[in-house]
Design a protein around this ligand. Structure first.
Ligand code: PLP
Length: 404
């Protein structure tokens, strides 16, 4: 069970007022807020042991290296990776996806096929388009249906011996749909295709087990699960990480260098060129500890309650339509009121201290499917309350009255 009053004490920002009103933060799908323990970790790093890692013999460098590698092990345990070196620390989901996409350039041939889902963040479609341009591979799309779920029968029919890679998000950021990734992975493996799952939107709500999923690559960003921005992970099965060429050249990723030949360092260093976000990596570890201390079962149960309550209360507003109505979804509600532009409603809500996202949520293909310019998206976290949902509903009624 979640004691939300106690949890809210952990997040200093939740005490803020915006335009004189208590902050109601419902933009958690864009980034989560940061608990004091994570802020303390960041302050502690820069106050007490800021040093470059893996290089120095001096004490501070060793302390920083140990803490950074401890964080990697926390992340490994959290995702249940077999080996710590299968966890590559990156600057975030986008970086991780680009690392895999660019690595596959050397593994694909003209006419090979890559499958992506229609529910993608569009920044994540671009790396695959670039990869196709570079290699002559062909991009295939798993279509969605009206409720915002993937058409799995079409997916199964797209798979064939030319399919080399399948890319899908675990949870859609625009609609909150939880995709059936185990089925997606198992079917892809039957044709020997690799699967990359974008967990950016799932990891704040679900604790994924990469071994049980048998997924080849899984990526996520720390800033969506109570960690800092600018750090994330690429999990890859050892065999795949060994097969992929390094992404960037630089310090830390080489074993020996001469002008004739350079040999690359082993995992994970092969993919970690240059000085990483050391403080961010360590704080990512703290964030994972914090989330686990709250408990993912508790988080899921409580957020589901918020989702049910929010859905029920929002639907009482005249003319409000919810997009994304799958029975499998996280606490994200995307909606419009009549044909009022989402931006206008978002601006009024901001004046009332309510932070929501408006627009296409980097998922233009989904908006095109529904033939709308965008939506208002309220995304809840375990530190939100039903009382805050009431504030949103009142604010929406007021905005609708002013704008219609
Ligand atoms: C946020 C998000 C991303 C991008 O994450 P960054 O941290 O900005 O790299 C990618 N995919 C999904 C599903 C997301 O929600």
């Amino acid at each position: 069970m979640i004691n939300v009053d106690k949890i809210r004490e952990d997040f200093p920002i939740l005490k803020k007022t915006i335009h004189g009103k208590p902050l109601v933060y419902f933009d958690n799908a864009a980034t989560s807020q940061t608990p004091q323990v994570v802020i303390d970790t960041i302050v502690d790093y820069y106050s007490n042991y800021n040093a470059n890692i893996h290089r120095g013999v001096h004490t501070l460098s060793q302390v920083a290296t140990d803490k950074y590698e401890e964080a990697r092990i926390k992340i490994q345990k959290h995702f249940n990776a077999k080996k710590a070196y299968e966890i590559i620390l990156t600057s975030g989901t986008t970086h991780s996806i680009n690392m895999v996409a660019s690595g596959f350039a050397s593994l694909l041939n003209n006419g090979d096929e890559i499958i992506v889902s229609a529910l993608e963040h569009h920044s994540n479609i671009v790396p695959w388009q670039m990869l196709c341009e570079k290699t002559g591979a062909v991009l295939k799309v798993i279509p969605m249906n009206e409720e915002g779920s993937l058409q799995m029968d079409v997916y199964y029919s797209l798979l064939n011996s030319k399919t080399k890679l399948v890319f899908c998000n675990h949870v859609s950021n625009a609609l909150g749909t939880i995709n059936p990734i185990k089925e997606i992975i198992d079917a892809a493996h039957k044709v020997n295709a690799a699967v990359l799952i974008d967990g950016a939107q799932a990891t704040p709500h679900i604790k994924p087990d990469v071994q049980a999923l048998d997924v080849d690559f899984y990526v996520a960003s720390a800033h969506k699960l109570c960690g800092p921005t600018g750090v994330g992970l690429l999990y890859g099965k050892q065999e795949w990480l060994e097969k992929l060429p390094p992404y960037q050249g630089g310090g830390e990723m080489i074993e020996t260098v001469s002008f004739v030949k350079t040999t690359y360092a082993g995992l994970p260093h092969k993919f970690e060129a240059g000085t990483p976000n050391i403080c961010g990596g360590i704080a990512f570890g703290t964030a994972i500890d914090y989330m686990n201390s709250v408990g993912f079962n508790n988080i899921a149960a409580y957020e589901n309650e918020l989702l049910e309550y929010g859905t029920q209360e929002l639907l009482k507003i005249d003319g409000l339509k919810i997009f994304g109505t799958s029975s499998e979804k996280t606490a994200v509600i995307s909606f419009n009121i009549d044909s009022i532009h989402p931006y206008d409603i978002g601006s009024i809500l901001d004046k009332l201290g309510i932070a929501v996202r408006t627009g296409h949520h980097c998922a233009q293909p989904i908006m095109d499917f529904y033939k709308i310019p965008g939506t208002i998206r309220a995304s809840f976290s375990f530190y939100n309350t039903k009382a805050e949902i009431d504030v949103l509903v009142a604010g929406l009624k007021r905005a609708a009255m002013m704008l219609s």
